[in-house]
Design a protein around this ligand. Structure first.
Ligand SMILES: *Cc1c(COP(=O)(O)O)cnc(C)c1O
Length: 431
């Protein structure tokens, strides 16, 4: 059953979006999932990450199906609320069905899944772990916390993901130095897979395992198979802003059974089979609660619909901006069929007449959240001493790229307001 959310105000003008303080047509039709953008005062665009949001239209809010309530109720009634039992098992089976991965471990977060992958690959102090510089910090954070040295590589302009040719050159140089990385972490970005076959071919040559950070690519295809398939490990996320959510959670997937069996052992404190508590090593408390797995089960059932909705949102932006000078949308290479988890546009300040910050501020003033493309990790103070290879492509994408509201519950009327605000940024200069 799909519940209709409260119908939005018809934004006949931009003013309409600024003013729906209390009006909630349909709010009396119970039960209704929470409105993804609550009416609150619009504040400055300079919101630090993590601060309470002043926005009325969010970048990628959770989109409930209505089916969560039933599964949650049945889960609570069963008494199985711990991170074990039939509900996490059913969630793992659903993830396997959605991705094609035969072996799946549901865990507390995508970051936990990555941490387990790095532990299983033996990442330790002084090891190098390589990834693309254009990504979220969680891709590399667990490896750094394990004492690894990150190396950040540039992305290719055709996909905005790890450049396989650069990777090949860097691996050859590392082999010559006698210091190959312990792992290469490929990353899917904004719903788009990396060129995984090319990356695997290069890494196989030197015997370096590939971990796929697929947190942003659940539901994405690469050469007809699910993104991440073929990597030693793939990590997925069910965080609140992802394409489907468990309210928090993640999954570690593999083609082979043994790595997942080992990760499962480590995720539950590495308890040995014995009547007392017996440990030959230490592990983590990374299990996924049955309560969250229940939410995830309802959500993953609608993954295909969510992908279609996000792709439709991207297509509307692309059509609406096609005539604007200096605006280009994120490319999709022929081998990719992504989810368009976030719709990203590049603004060339010279041609468009405004930079991405001007657009972001204009959107914020209308109560609309947007975000710059990931700041490259090699520019982050936390990694100031880390080695890097290239980075000019990623830096240019950061300078020009803006992620636009992409939530699958966003209505066409709401998107039309976003489009209108962006278009006005251009007309300001060109009349
Ligand atoms: C969201 C995300 C993660 C982390 O997932 P969590 O479930 O929030 O821990 C890791 N990598 C990338 C690229 C992400 O976008």
């Amino acid at each position: 059953m799909t519940l209709t959310r409260a119908a939005p105000q018809r934004p006949d003008s931009l003013l309409a979006l600024r003013l729906p303080e209390t009006a909630r047509p349909g709010a009396d039709r119970a039960p209704s999932p929470p409105r993804p953008f609550a009416p609150v005062a619009v504040a400055a665009a300079e919101r630090p990450a993590g601060a309470p949001t002043p926005f009325r239209l969010h970048l990628s809010p959770p989109h409930l199906t209505g089916g969560e309530f039933d599964i949650l109720r049945r889960t609570l009634e069963s008494g199985w609320v711990a991170p074990a039992g039939p509900v996490p098992e059913a969630f793992e089976a659903a993830i396997a069905a959605a991705t094609g991965f035969p072996h799946v471990l549901a865990v507390a977060s995508g970051t936990a899944a990555l941490h387990l992958a790095y532990r299983c690959l033996g990442v330790g102090p002084g090891d190098e772990v390589w990834t693309q510089t254009l990504t979220f910090v969680a891709t590399i954070a667990p490896a750094v916390q394990m004492g690894a040295v990150p190396r950040f590589l540039d992305v290719s302009p055709e996909s905005w993901t790890l450049d396989p040719e650069l990777l090949a050159r860097e691996l050859a140089a590392a082999a010559a130095r006698g210091r190959l990385p312990r792992a290469v972490v490929s990353v899917g970005l904004y719903g788009q897979s990396c060129d995984l076959d090319a990356i695997l071919a290069v890494c196989d040559r030197w015997g370096v395992p590939v971990v796929s950070d697929s947190a942003e690519t659940l539901g994405a295809l690469y050469r007809g198979r699910h993104a991440g398939r073929g990597a030693r490990f793939a990590a997925f996320s069910f965080n609140g802003n992802k394409i489907v959510t468990a309210g928090g959670g993640g999954a570690l997937c593999a083609e082979e059974p043994l790595p997942i069996a080992r990760a499962r052992h480590l995720a539950a404190h590495a308890k040995e089979p014995a009547p007392h508590y017996q440990h030959e090593t230490t592990g983590y408390s990374y299990g996924l609660s049955s309560v969250l797995a229940a939410v995830g089960l309802a959500q993953i059932a609608v993954l295909a619909e969510r992908v279609a909705a996000r792709r439709a949102i991207f297509a509307r932006y692309a059509a609406a901006f096609a005539d604007l000078p200096g605006v280009t949308m994120m490319p999709e290479p022929p081998w990719s069929r992504g989810t368009r988890w976030l719709s990203v546009a590049l603004f060339d300040p010279g041609a468009f007449g405004a930079d991405r910050e001007a657009v972001r501020h204009a959107l914020a003033a209308a109560g609309i959240e947007s975000r710059p493309v990931w700041k490259p990790l090699h520019l982050q103070p936390a990694f100031r001493d880390a080695p890097a290879a290239g980075g000019a492509v990623a830096v240019r994408l950061f300078e020009r790229g803006l992620c636009l509201p992409s939530g699958s519950a966003m209505t066409e009327e709401e998107q039309a307001v976003v489009i209108e605000v962006v278009r006005r940024c251009c007309r300001r200069r060109f009349g």
